[in-house]
Design a protein around this ligand. Structure first.
Ligand code: GLA
Length: 391
């Protein structure tokens, strides 16, 4: 569905349900992760982009303290009150992203928001594809609710509110990448993030390349513990490096690949493998920035392949379906680079491609994937797009 159609649907549903137009509507896009995997919570670097699909969230203040959330894609409504905002443990767990966002946005909430609100939201980001549909929902909710309650917070603070909602309501100890990409995206550009300083810079890509997302049919769920265990291994490794290196280390961002080679012997085999991934990814993002500045997209693409190999061998957050897609992509000269995008363990691959060959690439990957799994992955060309905004 086109963004305009989603917007119209959300507006029509709001009017039908609440009898008047909403006071504010916000749009927030999903994201692709291009280079730099599991580096965000290690205070490292990432190249990402906001995509041209997202979520619209329309809201008005209520007369009383009631909160009504209508999810049109789910065809469900959830009701609670301002005083009772809490994590939904079962059933309408889809409500956790907007509820968590409003909980932290209204920090000390009765002081800020004297009444509840009614909201309708809907979007066109494929779910479970690793395109951060939940971050899009959090950022759209944050912008629309901030607007109706007159809360002034900068974009990074709103992104952190969404991240806190993920940690406490949705149950994933994620970094800030998804929310920041949704907030800071720019049409035709990549977002280069530094998650130590929280500086978000945009880098123009030029028209000769495009991204393709190829969605494996392997289920992607980050709340089942695999993401958390990877994060824990990185934190354990950082503590170890802090004890052996003669310099301050708080996160793996502070460790170089040469230091890893020299000191890895003091870590368990598994922890050493996990640590190698974000350390190598940081180095690839920094090198990638130099390559982009020179317009060397082919070598940038080679770093994407290296990134996938690192996921496959060190971090073990790939899966056979994602590997099949990357291996199929690597056989085509029109694909410059391919890697898994986001948390991993399923979801999608991100490909850097020659846009004139998109159909050929999609057909080739579909054929190779079908030969192994019997079904076809969904392929789409992604246009890096503007970030979240009020409509
Ligand atoms: C998920 C998380 C992000 C980030 C990526 C991996 O998308 O939500 O914070 O850690 O995985 O880079």
């Amino acid at each position: 569905m086109l963004n305009q159609e989603v917007y119209d649907k959300v507006q029509a549903e709001f009017k039908a349900k609440f009898g008047a137009a909403g006071e504010a509507t916000a749009y927030a896009p999903g994201r692709i992760e291009v280079l730099g995997n599991h580096t965000d919570y290690n205070e490292g670097y990432v190249f990402s982009a906001a995509i041209d699909k997202g979520t619209f969230f329309t809201a008005s203040k209520a007369q009383d303290d009631k909160i009504t959330l209508v999810a049109i894609d789910m065809g469900e409504t959830y009701e609670t009150t301002l005083a009772e905002v809490a994590k939904v443990e079962s059933g309408a767990t889809w409500a956790n992203d907007p509820l968590g966002t409003c909980n932290w946005l209204f920090d000390g909430r009765r002081a800020v928001a004297k009444t509840g609100f009614k909201a309708v939201f809907g979007g066109n980001i494929p779910l479970g594809a690793g395109l951060s549909s939940s971050a899009a929902l959090e950022m759209a909710a944050a912008l629309a609710l901030a607007k109706i309650y007159g809360i002034e917070k900068d974009r990074t603070t709103l992104a952190k509110i969404g991240q806190k909602a993920e940690h406490t309501f949705a149950g994933c100890p994620c970094g800030l990448l998804d929310q920041a990409s949704s907030m800071y995206g720019k049409a035709g550009s990549l977002v280069k993030s530094d998650f130590r300083t929280n500086e978000f810079e945009t880098v123009s890509m030029g028209p000769s390349v495009a991204f393709m997302m190829v969605k494996s049919n392997a289920k992607h769920a980050l709340v089942d513990g695999a993401y958390a265990s990877r994060r824990q291994a990185c934190e354990d490794a950082a503590k170890y490096f802090a004890s052996v290196l003669k310099k301050p280390v708080t996160h793996l961002r502070d460790v170089t690949m040469s230091e890893w080679v020299l000191y890895r012997g003091g870590l368990s085999e598994t922890t050493a493998k996990r640590a190698a991934h974000p350390i190598g990814e940081d180095e690839r993002v920094l090198l990638g920035a130099e390559l982009l500045a020179k317009g060397d997209l082919k070598t940038f693409g080679a770093l994407m392949y290296e990134s996938h190999e690192s996921s496959r061998n060190w971090f073990e957050n790939s899966c056979p379906e994602l590997d099949t897609i990357v291996d199929a992509a690597a056989a085509l000269p029109e694909v410059y680079g391919a890697r898994l995008s986001g948390g991993g363990f399923g979801g999608s691959c991100c490909l850097l491609v020659d846009p004139s060959a998109a159909d050929k690439i999609a057909a080739h990957i579909a054929k190779e994937y079908k030969a192994v799994y019997g079904d076809e992955p969904a392929c789409s060309v992604i246009k890096p797009s503007d970030g979240a905004h009020l409509v």
